[in-house]
Ligand binder design. Structure first.
Ligand SMILES: C[S@@+](CC[C@H](N)C(=O)[O-])C[C@H]1O[C@@H](n2cnc3c(N)ncnc32)[C@H](O)[C@@H]1O
Length: 375
């Protein structure tokens, strides 16, 4: 549906507004944390598919939400702000939407510590142009968050994502159209699938992976799994998670895929999701939230069984379990799952705290956790 939008402005459906709220909530934390810690370093936000900056039913598109977060962080930290400037880059291919955005931000009252940069180009060409200007986030390498939010499946070559993530302190949030990519795969040559999928995945691995006997309604999951695998295989990327967005008919609309090099990034992103979706569901649905059963924050049992299977028969350090919880469960740490497993007698906890109470897991004091073999 979104691919057909031709007007400069359009009405944002609820899941679009949810997406922007998540972005704003996350960026507020990102600017605050880095603003306190990255002494004299500039912080960069890149909006790769920036849009017109507003909707007919909302004053804040993503570039505006990012600037709001940046302004709020500067204001709340005051003299505790240790980083340098904040640079907000907007890349938008459509000339009319670009002009609309530039006018809107041009008249906004923005702190002199925030510098804006505009490129009326495609995401790929905009990044190249950014690289060739001074200042830019690549030399010297600066902390960078990129929001990559196309209409549909095209315009985000894996090679470009890979290059971005090869640098230190880079995070990306991608609106990934798993469903649309599945449709391109199914349409085959009629949709020029080979060229498009090679570009999205960066190689031909999709041929074997998506060709596996998956019922067609599950294809989007295969698409998503493969994309996550490709991101996780990048040398710098240790944390990858996909948040599911559902449309009015409760079909999968797209996934927000987050990739980071630092555990705190994924921790804060999950917290941002949680603040938006008050119902305790992890995915978003415009229709019946309680029908989307993919993730729950409040029920560790399903995930504790998976955690157990993963580590069965091994003694593991807490950090390995934390990373597993971040990447493979909706939780920000493994504690609720470990509590469940300890209650069921499935793990033994070795702690240097002789007074440790069952079901409590102080990571400073934990020596190792042994998962039983034979349960
Ligand atoms: C989903 S909208 C972006 C919405 C915006 N990120 C927000 O949250 O408010 C996608 C935008 O990307 C623009 N666009 C389409 N192809 C592009 C490309 N290859 N590079 C950059 N922008 C593109 C479209 O004109 C449209 O404004």
């Amino acid at each position: 549906m979104s691919a057909k939008i031709k007007s400069v402005l359009w009405a944002a459906p609820p899941h679009t507004l949810a997406k922007i709220s998540i972005l704003q909530a996350y960026l507020s934390r990102w600017f605050e944390i880095l603003g306190r810690s990255k002494f004299r370093q500039n912080l960069w936000y890149i909006d790769g598919f920036a849009g017109p900056g507003e909707y007919t039913n909302s004053p804040s598109g993503s570039p505006v939400a990012a600037i709001n977060s940046a302004s709020a962080a500067l204001q709340s930290l005051g003299t505790e702000w240790k980083a340098g400037k904040i640079h907000c880059v907007s890349i938008e291919q459509d000339a009319k939407r670009f002009d609309h955005l530039k006018n809107k931000l041009g008249t906004a009252n923005v702190s002199p510590q925030i510098e804006t940069h505009f490129f009326n180009l495609s995401f790929v060409d905009g990044l190249s142009a950014l690289k060739n200007q001074t200042p830019n986030p690549f030399s010297p390498a600066s902390p960078l968050f990129a929001f990559i939010d196309p209409f549909g499946a095209k315009g985000i070559p894996f090679a470009v994502i890979k290059e971005l993530l090869s640098r230190d302190a880079v995070e990306v949030l991608i609106n990934f159209d798993s469903d649309g990519i599945g449709r391109i795969f199914k349409a085959g040559v009629d949709a020029n699938h080979e060229a498009i999928l090679n570009e999205i995945f960066g190689d031909e691995s999709w041929k074997a992976e998506l060709g596996k006997h998956r019922p067609s309604h599950e294809l989007y999951r295969g698409v998503l799994d493969l994309y996550k695998q490709k991101l996780r295989a990048l040398p710098n990327v240790r944390y990858v998670f996909a948040f599911e967005m559902r449309s009015v008919k409760n079909t999968i609309d797209y996934h927000l895929v987050f990739a980071s090099q630092h555990y705190l990034g994924l921790e804060k992103m999950k917290e941002a999701m949680k603040t938006i979706d008050k119902s305790g569901e992890f995915s978003f649905s415009d229709a019946h939230l309680n029908q989307s059963k993919m993730f729950r924050f409040d029920d560790p049992t399903e995930y504790s069984a998976q955690l157990f299977d993963q580590f069965r028969g091994r003694t593991v350090k807490y950090l390995e379990l934390r990373d597993y919880a971040l990447n493979e469960s909706p939780f920000i740490n493994p504690k609720e799952m470990l509590k469940d497993l300890e209650r069921k007698g499935m793990i033994q906890v070795n702690s240097c705290d002789p007074k440790r109470r069952k079901g409590t897991f102080n990571e400073e004091k934990l020596i190792g956790i042994t998962f039983q073999q034979g349960i």
